[in-house]
Design a protein around this ligand. Structure first.
Ligand SMILES: Nc1nc2c(ncn2[C@@H]2O[C@H](COP(=O)(O)OP(=O)(O)OP(=O)(O)O)[C@@H](O)[C@H]2O)c(=O)[nH]1
Ligand SMILES: [Mg+2]
Length: 325
């Protein structure tokens, strides 16, 4: 008992030491803390009890959109604008659709290479392997760790336009949906429900001849939505160029205006509360799922055998592993 207590004491202490390093803005501590998130380290609860009170001040922005539309390029240009304002910027990039993020990571590395030597920029890619509470929760924790480390702006980049991406991006204060001309991406995004969560639309590759046409297409889709719900604000559409940075200052302004509107109307408080609530539910669900798996592998191993043999129905079996019957 005594040795267990002692060991726990040491673990707590090391979580505290790590939290201290993070809060002091030490990048190695920050990197180690995020690795703990990825591994689902047992010290995570102790670490976050210290880090969480230091979060909540940062500007958070989620970027989502199909592969290759230019999200990383735009982010690289935005980082420059924020750095000009002397803001420290953290980036969490996530590819929920693939367990192998090497391609995306490499792309990001090249696109964001300008900022590697800047000590006030921190970029981290996250893979999608088995995180407790899901990838959205893990990327959120990574962003929070950056907040605790003193980063003023946290940018989340997620590749794709599906439910997973929506979940990651919508944890942010402002969601930017990036599309490129042609390709029918707008319709795809509409179907996936991403249009509804986007606060700002960015049509990138404005040098493309179809850029204005795509912007018009998105506008008409948004106007239909507005007719259905006249109280909902029509999100701005900004044309950008990720390669030259054209339009990115307008994008920053549109993001800022959205933020201002949220603060003024009390929407910020509502949004943040809803997203924290979702976070708690998904984390708890993750824990519960893990526990149920463990029970089925361990003390409740016979439960599934009875289900396979048609001696116990699946609903009754779920009650058993939940200890309700
Ligand atoms: N012509 C043109 N090319 C661009 C523009 N912006 C970005 N690109 C190019 O588009 C390609 C993809 O850019 P990325 O920034 O990696 O796109 P992404 O959306 O982050 O890609 P994934 O993360 O892989 O989904 C790169 O070759 C960029 O140089 C633009 O405005 N015009
Ligand atoms: Mg990218």
């Amino acid at each position: 008992m005594a040795s267990k207590g002692k060991r726990e004491g040491r673990e707590k202490e090391s979580a505290s030491a790590l939290a201290e390093g993070v809060v002091a803005g030490d990048k190695r501590s920050l990197a180690r803390a995020i690795s703990k998130i990825e591994r689902g380290d047992e010290n995570l609860p102790a670490l976050f009890s210290e880090l969480y009170p230091r979060t909540g001040e940062a500007i958070t922005i989620g970027f989502t959109g199909p592969p290759g539309v230019g999200k990383s390029s735009i982010i690289a240009k935005l980082i420059r604008l924020y750095r000009d304002e002397d803001k420290k910027v953290g980036v969490v990039s996530v590819d929920p659709s693939s367990p192998f993020t090497k391609g995306a990571i490499l792309g990001d590395r090249i696109r964001l290479a300008d900022h590697f030597l800047d000590k006030d920029v921190f970029i981290r890619s996250m893979g999608s392997r088995g995180h407790l509470g899901g990838l959205a929760a893990a990327s959120r924790l990574a962003g929070m760790t950056m907040e605790a480390a003193g980063f003023d702006v946290i940018l989340y980049e997620t590749v794709g336009v599906g439910q997973g991406e929506v979940e990651v991006a919508s944890a942010a204060d402002t969601v930017v949906l990036c599309l490129q001309p042609g390709a029918g991406d707008a319709v795809q995004a509409l179907k996936a429900g991403v249009m509804e969560v986007a606060d700002v639309f960015c049509i990138n590759k404005a040098d493309h001849p179809q850029a204005r046409g795509t912007a018009a297409e998105v506008r008409s889709i948004l106007e239909i939505g507005h007719e259905l719900d006249p109280d909902a604000p029509v999100p701005p559409i900004v044309l950008t160029r990720g390669d030259t940075g054209e339009g990115v200052a307008e994008l920053e302004k549109a993001i800022e205006a959205h933020r201002g509107h949220l603060i003024e109307t009390g929407g910020m408080e509502r949004r943040r509360r809803a997203s924290l609530r979702d976070f708690v539910i998904s984390w708890a669900t993750g824990r519960l799922e893990k526990e149920m798996e463990e029970r089925l592998r361990g003390e409740d191993a016979d439960v599934m055998e009875r289900v396979y043999e048609r001696r116990l129905d699946p609903i009754a079996a779920s009650g058993k592993i939940l200890r309700q019957a």
